[in-house]
Design a protein around this ligand. Structure first.
Ligand SMILES: [Ca+2]
Ligand SMILES: [Ca+2]
Ligand SMILES: [Ca+2]
Length: 472
């Protein structure tokens, strides 16, 4: 079970109406202050206590049964990532039923086969018909709007104990596996997605059932080699799919630059991503790392991490609410004349190779490749220094802010300048203190030099942050 308590609450948030209220003599009372938490606090965007995952693992005579709302993880985490690191804000939680069969011997070693079903979307549901909302369990109103994933993992895996014993004997551990997903959804009800039980399905505006007609094959191959001095680990992901009707939702009530009412059309999805990490330990206190990673791109304007983002120059004017022109940082990757594809692969947002460019500016690794040499030095027991340099470049320079359209107010306007692909050079450092009693403290510092892909007029970006945590 995982329950988040005061997760991602800002220090100094949760105002107190007794002391911080509008009628208070001082904006910040000098005579006392307290943070108060109460239900439906309008200054918070998520609840105080949030049960996030509840699942069970049961050992049966024929294998390990796992069921419930649970984390999903695989390989290096560029596809499925549980987000379990101490400072992780993202991570995949799935409603899953899985059954791990006992390992069986093959010429490749002992293989584990794990079939699973993920209930991705159940769609429109009705409250208990006998007693109404809040009593009993709602029922799934329609089968055709369900989205389901059928998946299987086939893997050769050493346990932590096996790895330790092998490395002590100066042997190597070679693990690998394949994770395959078949995911499909036939229909969707936009009013349900937008409004839930408040959706009025008798209103003709909302009754439209959307034919989604979506399916995808998603596969990831993973390999890891471990020895006393080396770790080599890689993951390769491919997505091949089709969306019969891409755009069915309504416009955003909170952000006018997000509007999703454009004409429906069918879209092909062909994406790939890969990450390869190497780590070498020349001495017991030093390790040298190297990472190369790439995510496929799409030549449409914008990087494609926010595909719902449209063109809104100052919120009004010609072209407002249209597809963004070349030179935009974000935008849909489909919809321009002849563009019926979404080909940019997006790394799982919980996979964070840096501090600034991908993590805070772009949001995810997409439409780019990067090289990342790194070094780790265990200065003293419990004190570690990490350093990394990351050079990144776009796959399509047309996706970067440095490209431009002939007419930015015409969503169909042709490319004026292809722009430039280099995105940034970033230096990141981290000092971690972990005295071994469950406490961990760290400080991060990052510097980003934006390169020509961001166009002229950029300046050095920097971040400094620290964290304090106790695990128990
Ligand atoms: Ca359903
Ligand atoms: Ca496209
Ligand atoms: Ca693009």
């Amino acid at each position: 079970m995982q329950v988040d308590v005061l997760d991602n609450y800002l220090l100094g948030s949760s105002a107190n109406s007794l002391l911080d209220g509008t009628g208070s003599a001082y904006p910040i009372p000098f005579y006392g202050s307290t943070r108060t938490t109460y239900a439906s606090d309008p200054t918070q965007d998520h609840p105080l206590i949030s049960p996030k995952r509840v699942w069970a693992e049961v050992q049966t005579p024929v294998g390990l049964l796992t069921f419930g709302r649970q984390p999903s993880a695989w390989g290096l985490g560029i596809l499925a990532n549980a987000g379990t690191s101490l400072d992780s804000d993202y991570g995949d939680t799935v409603d899953r039923l899985q059954f791990a069969l006992p390992p069986f011997g093959t010429p490749l070693g002992d293989l584990v086969i794990v079939p699973m079903v993920d209930f991705d979307v159940t769609g429109v549901s009705h409250p208990d018909p006998h007693f109404g909302p809040g009593v009993g369990q709602p029922i799934d109103a329609d089968q055709s709007d369900d989205a389901l994933t059928l998946a299987i993992k086939v893997a050769r895996l050493d346990t932590d104990d096996e790895i330790r014993r092998k490395l002590e004997r100066n042997e190597t551990s070679n693990n690998f596996g394949l994770y395959y997903n078949w995911r499909a959804q036939e229909n969707t009800y936009p009013a349900w997605v937008e409004l839930g039980y408040a959706g009025d399905f008798s209103n003709t505006n909302n009754t439209t059932i959307g034919r989604r007609g979506a399916w995808a094959h998603i596969a990831s191959a993973w390999y890891r080699h471990l020895s006393q001095k080396w770790r080599i680990e890689g993951e390769l992901v491919g997505v091949y799919g089709h969306i019969g009707n891409i755009n069915l939702a309504g416009s955003s009530a909170t952000d006018p630059s997000i509007d999703t009412t454009r004409l429906a059309q069918s879209i092909n999805v062909q994406q790939w991503g890969l990450a390869l990490q190497g780590e070498y330990k020349p001495a017991s206190v030093v390790s040298i790392g190297f990472e190369v990673a790439a995510a496929s791109g799409d030549s449409a304007p914008g990087m494609g991490n926010m595909p719902e983002r449209l063109y809104f120059p100052n919120g009004v004017g010609t072209g407002a609410g249209q597809l963004p022109p070349y030179g935009s940082l974000e935008g849909p990757q489909w919809g321009r004349p002849g563009d019926h594809s979404i080909n940019n692969y997006r790394f799982n947002p919980a996979y964070t190779p840096d501090l600034i460019l991908y993590r805070r500016i772009l949001g995810q690794v997409t439409d780019s490749w990067y090289l990342k040499p790194s070094v780790r030095w265990d200065i003293l027991p419990g004190l570690t220094l990490d350093g990394a340099a990351i050079y990144s470049q776009a796959m399509y320079s047309q996706s970067t802010p440095s490209s431009s359209s002939l007419d930015p107010n015409d969503p169909n306007s042709a490319l004026a300048s292809k722009g430039s692909a280099p995105l940034g050079l970033e230096l990141d450092g981290k000092l971690t203190l972990s005295p071994g009693n469950g406490f961990k403290g760290w400080g991060d510092i990052g510097l980003l030099k934006p390169l020509s892909g961001f166009g002229p007029g950029t300046s050095l970006a920097w971040v400094f942050e620290f964290g304090l945590a106790v695990t128990f």
